[in-house]
Structures are given as structure tokens and as C-alpha cells.
Design a protein around this ligand. Structure first.
Ligand code: GGG
Length: 353
């Protein structure tokens, strides 16, 4: 029997509502394959911060290290500054466990209405490969002369050779397995040091992948092109910030960002990887039981795939496809009236078919 220990951090807002649906789907899908998942729940969140002054205990990372994978809902809630909630939980996990790949698939499923004109399933089907542990996400910098007319704020970005090369190589490898087309997001006209460096590493590494067709666009026109012609894209590689932006914009082109999953991968498997929906805690709809759990279920499917259970992944993806295609039990963001649980139940029922 295959057995895995999963750390579960529902986090904040709708994270607490979608994670139980993801677990329902994972339990239903693994049962048929004789896979044993043991879930250990950690109530680490902005509430924890209010009670203790920390998003997670001091030994939180030590605890998580012992698990096979981490399943996370969302972090952040009004009352705790966003940089505190992110730097107190999500980002230390990504960094400590060297989850340097943030893999974010984007697909227009049959049954979803793209807000873009004349887009059919197949027109939107790409991966965003986001650098996940350095780049613009940096706490290096500071404020000088705060509150005065001379106030100065400095925010450093960090691009290491190791960090840049390994994410670009990962993206080339993925492109090689797909349509052999890699698009790199850059801004080398405005960012004087980091982006020309990024471009030069893409160029250098491309020599090892002569069959992959490479292009690069400045992030501004990249966003415009993604909306104008999403069918152009196959694998996209971007820095931490640019990858984050593109992986929200991409699923928005499929009608809802709530279906989008995010795999924070440590490819060497020396530490646990973490799986979460792309969306955040959505305080505006938290507690209403209307959040769409599909991004979380899809993230769960990616978790099982990462753990070597392609069979379970495929069953979960088939269930998601079936439920969306049937157009029943869809939540409001997809044009339906179903609750979070009703959509979760529909996925579980489809897994059983
Ligand atoms: N699903 C996790 C979550 O809360 N995402 C919201 C967010 O702001 N994430 C920041 C990031 O992915 O860098």
C-alpha cells in the first residue's frame, strides 16, 4: 500500500472552506487505488498571528519537514498586513524547502465561458513556470528618514546564477515535453540589471535545447498578448513577480481564477513540496459557502502526481472536467448557483463514476 503523510494548512478566509472539499476529493480518489493518505491539520493563520504574534510557531518549518507534502488553502486577512502574513508563513515554506519551481497550469475546460471572444477549449492550454524563491520577492531593502520629506524606500531584487538557471532549465525541459515553445517574460528595457541578466541566461541555456522555439516579451505587451492570443502560448517562464501576475491573468482568461492550481515544487525531493490554489483568501466572500473549490482539488491532483500517483491525478482531473462540462453544481464565478460543498460533492460523485 502507498502511504503518504500530508500537512494541511487551511489558512485564512476561503482557504478554510475549499481545503475540506479538496480533502474529500483526495480521499474519494485514493480509496480506489489502495492509497492511504494521513492528514495532519495545522491551524496556522492570521488568527494565530493575532493570538501569538506569529503566523506559525517557531518550530513550524521543523514540523513540516517531516511530511511528504503540504496542502495549503490561502493566507492573508484584513487586520494583518499582507507582507506579514506572506512572510510569516507562505514564503518561508517556499524558501526553506527550496520549492524553487512554481508550476501553474492554465486550461480552458469544455463548459467554461472565456471572457475572450471566440476562444474554445484548446485555445487556452499553457503552463506558467514561475521562479519561486528569489527575484523581486525580497525582504532586502529599507526605509530611510521615515515620515519626513526626505523619506526614501529601497527594495532590492535578487537574481542568482543558480536560481535563474535552474528555473529556466526546468521551463525548457517542460517545453521540450510539450509543443517545444517557450515564452520568457522580461522587462529588460526598464530594469537595468536583473532582466538583461535573465534574458542572457535564457539565451545561453537555449543552446542546450535547439529544438525549442524561444521568444521573449516585455511584461506589459506579454499581458496584452496573453489576452489577445492565448493560443500562442505553451510554456511561459517568468521571475517571481512576473510569473505571479501572468498566472492570475491566464486563468482569468478562462473565466475564473478560482480553478487555477499552484504547485510549489522542490524538484530534488529533498524537502516536501506544497500545493495550493492560486487564489487568495478572498475576505469579500469568506464565510458565504460560495467559494469555488476546483483550484484546490486540482492542486490536490498535482500533489498526488508529484507523489508518483499519476493514476489518482488522472481520475481527479477527469472528474473536474466532467463536472464543468455537465454545467451542473457550478459555483457563481462559473455562472452557477451551487455552494462550495455542492460542487465538492459533485466532484466526489464524478470520481466514483
Ligand atoms: N493560495 C495561497 C494564497 O493565499 N495566495 C495568495 C497570495 O497572495 N500569494 C502570493 C504568492 O503566491 O506569491
Amino acid at each position: 500500500m502507498r502511504e503518504f503523510n500530508i500537512a494541511v494548512i487551511p489558512g485564512d478566509g476561503i482557504g478554510k472552506e475549499v481545503i475540506p472539499e479538496g480533502i474529500k476529493a483526495l480521499e474519494a480518489a485514493t480509496a480506489a487505488f489502495g492509497i492511504q493518505l494521513t492528514f495532519t491539520w495545522f491551524d496556522w493563520s492570521c488568527e494565530t498571528y493575532h493570538q501569538t504574534g506569529k503566523m506559525m510557531p517557531d518550530n513550524g518549518l521543523e514540523i513540516l519537514k517531516t511530511f511528504d507534502a503540504i496542502y495549503l488553502g490561502a493566507v492573508g486577512f484584513p487586520g494583518v498586513p499582507d507582507h506579514i502574513s506572506l512572510w510569516g508563513l507562505l514564503l518561508p515554506i517556499r524558501r526553506e524547502f527550496d520549492q524553487y519551481v512554481n508550476l501553474r497550469p492554465v486550461r480552458l475546460f469544455e463548459g467554461l465561458a472565456s471572457p475572450l471572444a471566440n476562444k474554445a477549449p484548446g485555445d487556452i492550454d499553457f503552463y506558467v513556470v514561475r521562479e519561486n524563491v528569489e527575484g523581486e520577492y525580497s525582504n532586502i531593502g529599507g526605509v530611510q528618514y521615515p515620515g519626513s520629506d526626505n523619506e526614501v524606500v529601497v527594495q532590492q531584487s535578487v537574481f542568482t546564477r543558480k536560481g535563474t538557471d535552474r528555473i529556466i532549465k526546468y521551463a525548457f525541459e517542460l517545453a521540450q515535453q510539450r509543443d517545444k515553445h517557450l515564452s520568457s517574460a522580461t522587462k529588460s528595457n526598464g530594469l537595468y540589471h536583473s532582466m538583461p541578466y535573465w534574458d542572457s541566461r535564457v539565451e545561453a541555456i537555449s543552446a542546450d535545447y535547439p529544438e525549442v522555439n524561444v521568444d521573449h516579451f516585455h511584461i506589459d505587451i506579454f499581458c496584452a498578448n496573453l489576452v489577445r492570443m492565448p493560443e500562442f502560448y505553451d510554456v511561459i517562464v517568468g521571475s517571481n513577480l512576473f510569473g505571479d501576475i501572468l498566472s492570475d491573468l491566464g486563468p482569468a482568461c478562462t473565466g475564473t481564477i478560482a480553478i487555477a492550481p499552484s504547485a510549489n515544487i522542490n524538484p530534488d525531493k529533498t524537502f516536501p513540496s506544497m500545493f495550493e490554489p492560486v487564489h487568495g483568501s478572498a475576505p469579500d466572500i469568506a464565510g458565504q459557502n460560495i467559494a469555488n473549490p476546483i483550484g484546490t482539488v486540482w492542486a490536490g491532483a498535482m500533489m498526488l502526481q508529484h507523489l508518483g500517483c499519476d493514476d489518482v491525478h488522472d481520475v481527479m482531473m477527469a472528474a473536474i472536467e466532467e463536472v464543468i462540462q455537465r454545467q451542473e453544481s457550478l459555483t457563481r464565478d462559473m455562472g452557477g448557483i451551487a455552494s462550495t460543498q455542492e460542487l465538492g460533492d459533485a466532484i466526489v460523485a464524478a470520481i466514483g463514476n
